[in-house]
Design a protein around this ligand. Sequence first.
Ligand code: HEM
Length: 141
Amino acid sequence: MIVTKLLLSLHVLAAIVAIGPVTVAASMFPAALRRGDRAQLAILHRICRVYAVLGLAVPVFGFATASSLGVLGDAWLLTSIALTAVAAAVLGFAILPAQAAAVAGNPAVPARLGMTSGVFNLLWATVVVLMIVRPGSTTGA
Ligand code: HEM
């Protein structure tokens, strides 16, 4: 029980500390690109890259919490895992490469980066709601 609470705390802490900065930095990137602010592009990209790696702690502690609670087969959790995987793919295969190209001086389209960042943010927001509402779950409130 105490172990579950510790794992859940680390899971939520990782989500706040790692996903939060990525959300903000990825959202600020397109505007910096439009302004042509190269110094800011570099720092925003660096924040996204570093905190994306730190964000791997979220699913790690998520799985640990889930197995500790015995809810690994629950529909709400499987849906969350799938959405988390999609969000990670959008970040790793769309947002970060486009940012890297922009930082390197290649013309990336700001509108497209704005769109992929928006999709990413929506995916996280959906997972957070799923984590809290847990539709169909009979464990806890
Ligand atoms: C592979 C992905 C994930 C797994 C396996 C997972 C697993 C879990 C589990 C088992 C719980 C405990 C639910 C309960 O108390 O019954 C939980 C809670 C929570 N998760 Fe996740 N999670 C994942 C991804 C995420 C992501 C991406 C976020 C946010 C960005 C997130 C945010 C939260 C929050 C805020 C809670 C607390 C909800 C509450 O107790 O009311 N999780 N997660």
